[in-house]
Ligand binder design. Structure first.
Ligand code: GTR
Length: 423
């Protein structure tokens, strides 16, 4: 009996030290690493002024992210028409106005149609707005029966009524817990959301969504340095901004990007490509989002490029098992957003997304915020759970799992009040 128990203990130890599925969740096994310094030019010269950051160093870092990770977005590709399909104050919410806007890209007889759902507080003449994608259709964020159902391809999810890759009536309201619309409106903010599959279905197929609209003759997928799906989704947010800038109910100088998980990765890149966004929120964005890649804690570059080969550009695959040779790390993605307020959030049980790595990105981006005279995440040690930090960079780690909750939204509203509310 005894040898058997010893053997089982041995097996358990081997299993635990390997980590679940062979991924590392043990802080003591995080490799030693040296980060690239956003404030040092490749030749070793230091960035000492906002001017030299803005004119020279920031474009260098941006170009590397574009060329090696997210892929170049084709210049000049734009939504050709915006159509307000309907607007009404008859909604399930108090003091609210709903608008549904169709964004159409028309080119050579082909069309891409993207639906945006907007709720605005009627008592605010020109409202700040949270803009973000949803995973399962605009109708999934609300019980409002007037909200249209997208016909775009969606990953099957029978428990949400998504079969044959089509959204259905059954998924109305299923994500309303993630979108506390009344609370957002009551705080004086609007909310605008789009089903991400309308811009590019989330699958490794470059014949659908927006990509084909930019192909040259005989091209059937992006070149190694051309846009993957995350860059395509980021493009869509800029297009939405083109509409919001013209909507009289919206204050375009106070549009806040928000995204959870892969859509948090998207929000960060969208903020980097488009300086019109006033604030950026990354909720549990993890690997390829806010988390430092060199820590190799939880999800890794290789794993993300294998499970989701279409998210980043082909060049990014050169860093599979090769994070130390990345010419940047994710702290520099945060630095690209400076001096705008940015909030990074983690969840305690979401080890896959490396909460500590998400915090450290904000910490290592902080010297760039200092250049602008702003405070970021000043301590090398993350705060305790449910103890938000709110400088120009905000951060919290809440109890619970990978999700976006009312607790998260409560902090985002407070952070937005602090930075964007007109006194
Ligand atoms: C996971 C992926 C993460 C995260 C997440 C999500 O499967 O590994 O990087 O993006 O999906 O978007 O929910």
């Amino acid at each position: 009996m005894k040898p058997l128990i010893l053997f089982l203990v041995f097996l358990l130890t081997v299993f635990q030290s390997a980590g679940q599925d062979g991924f590392n969740y043990d802080e003591s096994k995080v490799p030693q690493f040296k980060l690239t310094d956003p404030l040092v030019f490749p030749g070793g010269r230091k960035v000492r002024s906002v001017k030299s950051w803005e004119r020279r160093r920031k474009p260098q870092i941006f170009n590397l992210f574009e060329d090696q990770m997210f892929g170049k977005i084709p210049a000049g590709l734009k939504i050709t028409h915006f159509r307000v399909l309907e607007e009404s104050t008859e909604t399930p919410y108090k003091n609210a106005k709903r608008k549904q806007v169709e964004m159409i890209l028309e080119k050579e007889g082909k069309e891409l149609r993207i639906l945006m759902l907007i709720y605005l507080p009627v008592n605010v003449p020109s409202a700040p707005v949270f803009l973000g994608y949803n995973f399962h259709g605009n109708h999934s964020v609300t019980t409002d029966v007037e909200v249209k159902i997208s016909e775009s391809w969606c990953n099957n999810n029978p428990s949400l009524g998504i079969i044959n890759n089509q959204l259905t009536e059954q998924s109305r309201g299923v994500e309303s817990g993630r979108w506390p619309i009344q609370m957002i409106l009551d705080a004086g903010y609007g909310v605008a959301t789009i089903f991400y599959g309308d811009v590019d279905p989330d699958r490794d197929d470059f014949t659908d969504g927006v990509h084909p609209f930019a192909y040259r003759e005989n091209q059937s997928r992006p070149l190694p340095n051309e846009w993957g799906s995350i860059a395509a989704w980021a493009w869509g947010l800029s297009q939405a901004m083109n509409y919001l800038e013209k909507d009289p109910g919206v204050d375009p100088s106070r549009v806040i990007l928000i995204g959870h998980s892969r859509l948090g990765k998207t929000a960060l890149w969208a903020g980097a490509i488009d300086s019109r966004f006033a604030m950026i929120i990354s909720n549990d964005s993890g690997c390829g989002g806010a988390a430092l890649s060199r820590r190799k804690f939880g999800e890794t570059v290789k794993r993300i490029n294998t499970s989701f080969p279409h998210w980043y550009c082909t060049n990014f695959k050169a860093y599979n098992d090769n994070e130390e040779n990345l010419p940047f790390d994710q702290h520099e993605l945060i630095a690209l957003l400076a001096p705008r307020p940015v909030y990074i959030a983690s969840a305690q049980e979401d080890l896959w997304a490396d909460p500590r790595g998400e915090y450290l990105s904000g910490f290592y981006a902080t010297p760039v915020y200092h250049l602008f005279g702003k405070n970021g995440l000043e301590s090398p040690v993350p705060p305790s759970v449910n103890q938000p930090v709110m400088n120009q960079i905000g951060y919290h780690i809440r109890t619970g799992k990978h999700d976006i909750t009312e607790y998260d939204w409560t902090q985002y509203i407070q952070f937005a009040d602090r930075h964007l509310l007109k006194k």
